[in-house]
Design a protein around this ligand. Structure first.
Ligand SMILES: Nc1ncnc2c1ncn2[C@@H]1O[C@H](COP(=O)(O)OP(=O)(O)OP(=O)(O)O)[C@@H](O)[C@H]1O
Ligand SMILES: [Mg+2]
Length: 217
């Protein structure tokens, strides 16, 4: 599903990624671990086309991401890649339901269809009662589950998550991790998750360790 070929990236004199290659299969939960500054977020951002490598390729669903022009790439990202960040990045003025629907509306999907699907996700995540709440009226765990629903609304090929449970207590973190596994099992959803959490890494299908800009074997 995803193939990363010899990705290199420097910021000025700082060589952050020194030739990273990996592949991710469908319905796989892949964890990326490593010390702070190892380059995990940089790699995840490149896989999500939020940053551009100096050299190397990323293929997703057979498409060479960095060979596309900006407009096609933006459309591809909206349709094929879901993002979850450490801090949920929900829009404060919008309700939970609207936040989930936004990527679908951006994709031009009909309002009703998007809302129906968002309600289905809220139900799956046991958040139906929270549909009309604004983010500040939700707990940290609830906010993060809304962010997961938003990442899923367009049926992405992959969900890329950067320390998704980094800001949650143990209980909420565990619930979020269980949700990832449920989505893998029920929807064959693929995940690449940067984490410092050993519990999550243990539950994952595979964990890769980054050190000094390279994957450790
Ligand atoms: N836009 C940037 N400009 C300059 N340097 C950067 C930039 N982004 C990241 N870096 C540097 O690249 C290195 C890798 O950063 P990155 O964010 O990928 O690390 P990380 O593995 O995600 O760390 P953490 O676990 O702390 O989140 C760091 O030394 C960082 O300071
Ligand atoms: Mg990081």
């Amino acid at each position: 599903m995803i193939q990363v070929d010899d990705i290199r990236k420097s910021y000025g004199n700082l060589e952050v990624l020194k030739g990273i290659s990996l592949s991710v299969g469908r319905a796989e939960v892949l964890c990326l671990m490593g010390a702070s500054g190892a380059g995990k977020s940089t790699l995840l951002h490149i896989m999500g086309t939020l940053d551009v490598p100096d050299s190397g390729r990323v293929l997703m669903d057979g498409e060479d991401l960095f060979a596309m022009n900006a407009k096609r790439l933006a459309a591809f990202r909206n349709r094929h890649i879901g993002f979850i960040f450490q801090f949920h990045h929900l829009l404060p003025e919008f309700t939970a339901l609207e936040n989930i629907c936004l990527p679908a509306w951006i994709a031009g999907r009909p309002r009703r269809e998007a809302e129906k699907e968002a309600m289905g996700l809220l139900e799956m995540f046991r958040l139906t009662e929270r549909a009309q709440h604004k983010p500040h009226e939700l707990s940290g765990g609830e906010q993060q589950r809304i962010a997961v629903a938003r990442a899923l609304i367009n049926h992405p090929s992959v969900v890329l998550a950067d320390e998704p449970s980094g800001n949650l207590d143990t209980e909420n973190a565990r619930e979020l991790h269980q949700l990832f596994l449920k989505l893998r099992d029920q929807l064959q959803q693929t995940f690449v998750i940067v984490t410092h959490n050993p519990d999550l890494s243990e539950m994952a299908d595979r964990t890769l360790y980054m050190e000094d800009g390279l994957l450790k074997s």
